[in-house]
Ligand binder design. Structure first.
Ligand SMILES: Cc1cc2nc3c(=O)[nH]c(=O)nc-3n(C[C@H](O)[C@H](O)[C@H](O)COP(=O)(O)OP(=O)(O)OC[C@H]3O[C@@H](n4cnc5c(N)ncnc54)[C@H](O)[C@@H]3O)c2cc1C
Length: 500
């Protein structure tokens, strides 16, 4: 039987992993990418001997990466030199106190008890709940390919949702474990990884704190971009062809089928199968004939965006760890400013990545490569946000907070700066509303309720990536690649049986 030809639109981690999986089974795969390099949100910026990962900085849930490598006949440990980051973060609170989250229970006990006597017991109970949520949601929601509503809304799953406290807000639930607002913040802010406010996110997301501390926060030597490079290498070994600097302009349709793509330069590529890795709401709005779906998607909830500052610095600051969090003031108000007012909080929180502590090769000797990530609302404020002014205020906040921990001369030592606003995320990667994590992961946009991995009308068009099922974050997108590839291989008859 002739194996299908496949065009993948976009060389994000989802597109590359799907391409490799299909090519491994004999499909003839071409990946068409609009940018000059692969990686999408997980790209790399190189300047004057400094290396910056443009998006992800933490490799979480290593088990899901390892599964992808194993499925592709490779061993992750042989291909990536992963280092565990411990403490996972250094958290600096607004009142000058701090907390280093670590897998050392003794160190956690000392720190937690000094903040809130008796809280170590709450911490252990919280981890226990996170463990349960992680295992149950991975098995019954994340890894499952829901093909009809009955599979998702089965009596078993409805009971599961109650068990996972799916209807309880994460920030309300944390009150069962801690009373001190700093601890409540320290064990819920991780919801921002999936672009959610803990005041809106379901309590299920305690799975994030569990997996960080139990399975670890990791960093590949050479930077997060190594993950992309290695996956590309594997894909190329299976003869996947990558084309760069080539935006797809349109997906061509004929009746109930897609037939290929038209590129920005008017060239056409025919394909039996199309996999869209570009942000799903963008695909509906820009690449497919209008059927009303793009408007429906527009009304859905979107995750936040981020302001990014990539700084090449001619000095190192020993007071910084690899991952640093600086918490702003009023937690509730801050999240409301981001998610409701779509702007920058009055006293913003931010994350600072300083990877040279784990991999000195990422900057010239004695220098530093620092990335500040400041969460903000996505594009769409009324009146439209003035990103120039917002960006200036965010930069000032970051420098002022860093001055408080002794980096008061940082501004003088910044050799160069590259910055992103939500408009850069939008124009560079076609992310709708500049929303860095795509469609939100609230309860109404999870599982079967999230856009699925196959188009309902054009059955040979598949979707992979952050705004599809199961959701965003590198490990989750790798699961989406597996689900999409398995569907394709099964439906084209290349694979007769599909492992569940
Ligand atoms: C600031 C930030 C920090 C993050 N931190 C982490 C982290 O620490 N850990 C973690 O696990 N995850 C993190 N994430 C999330 C993670 O980066 C994403 O979930 C993941 O990279 C999404 O991959 P994807 O394949 O779905 O999409 P993308 O990476 O967006 O890839 C889609 C690709 O499609 C291309 N494309 C778009 N339109 C077209 C077109 N018309 N023609 C051709 N190509 C097109 C784009 O250029 C892009 O390369 C972070 C994200 C951001 C933004």
């Amino acid at each position: 039987m002739e194996k299908p030809t496949v065009v993948v639109i976009g060389a994000g981690i989802g597109g590359i992993a799907t391409a490799a999986r299909l090519a491994q089974h004999g499909c003839k795969v071409t990946v068409v990418e609009k940018c000059e390099q692969a990686g999408g949100r997980c790209s790399r910026l190189l300047k004057d001997g400094h290396h910056f990962d443009t998006g992800p900085t933490m490799l979480l849930m290593p088990e899901l990466f390892s599964n992808t490598f194993a499925d592709l006949g490779e061993n992750m440990e042989e291909r990536l030199d992963l280092r565990r980051i411990d403490p996972t973060y250094h958290i600096h609170f607004d009142d000058g106190s701090s907390l280093a989250l670590t897998s050392s229970l003794t160190a956690m006990q000392t720190q937690l008890e000094s903040i809130e006597p008796g809280s170590f017991g709450g911490f252990l109970r919280y981890l226990n709940e996170g463990h349960l949520n992680y295992k149950l949601s991975l098995t019954h929601i994340v890894r499952r390919d829901f093909r009809n509503p009955l599979e998702f809304f089965s009596p078993h799953n409805l009971l599961l949702f109650l068990r996972l406290k799916a209807l309880r807000k994460h920030y309300d639930n944390i009150g069962n474990y801690f009373h001190d607002h700093r601890l409540k913040t320290a064990f819920t802010f991780q919801d921002m990884y999936v672009g959610l406010s803990p005041y809106e996110a379901p309590a299920i997301y305690s799975l994030l704190q569990y997996t960080e501390l139990a399975d670890g926060v990791w960093f590949p030597m050479g930077g997060m971009y190594r993950v992309i490079e290695v996956l590309m290498d594997i894909a190329e070994k299976w003869d996947v062809r990558f084309i760069y600097n080539t935006p797809v302009e349109r997906i061509n349709v004929d009746g109930r089928k897609v037939t290929g793509v038209t590129l920005a330069d008017d060239r056409r590529i025919h394909a039996d199968i199309i996999v869209a890795n570009a942000d799903l709401p963008y695909v509906y709005r820009n690449l497919l004939p209008d059927n009303g779906e793009a408007d429906r998607l527009e009304r859905k909830k979107y995750t936040c965006s981020t302001l990014m500052f990539y700084w090449g610095v001619d000095k190192q600051y020993p007071q910084l760890g690899t991952n640093n969090l600086f918490m702003g003031g009023d937690n509730r108000q801050s999240f409301d400013r981001i998610f409701k007012d779509l702007t920058l909080p009055d006293n913003p929180s931010f994350y600072l990545h300083a990877p040279v502590r784990v991999d000195p090769s990422l900057a010239p000797k004695g220098h530093d490569s620092l990335t500040a990530v400041v969460p903000v609302g996505h594009i769409g404020g009324v009146p439209p946000q003035d990103w120039g002014t917002i960006q200036k205020r965010a930069r000032q906040t970051v420098l002022q907070r860093l001055a408080k921990i002794g980096a008061s001369d940082l501004d003088e030592h910044i050799k160069f700066e590259v910055s992103f606003t939500p408009h850069d995320w939008k124009s560079r990667y076609n992310l709708v509303k500049g929303s860095t994590h795509g469609l939100s992961h609230n309860l109404m946009q999870m599982g079967y309720l999230r856009p699925r991995n196959q188009h309902l009308r054009y059955r040979n068009l598949y979707f992979v990536g952050a705004s599809t099922h199961p959701g965003n974050g590198l490990p989750t997108v790798l699961v989406s690649a597996r689900l999409a590839a398995e569907r394709i291989l099964q439906e084209t008859g290349v694979l007769k049986t599909v492992p569940l």
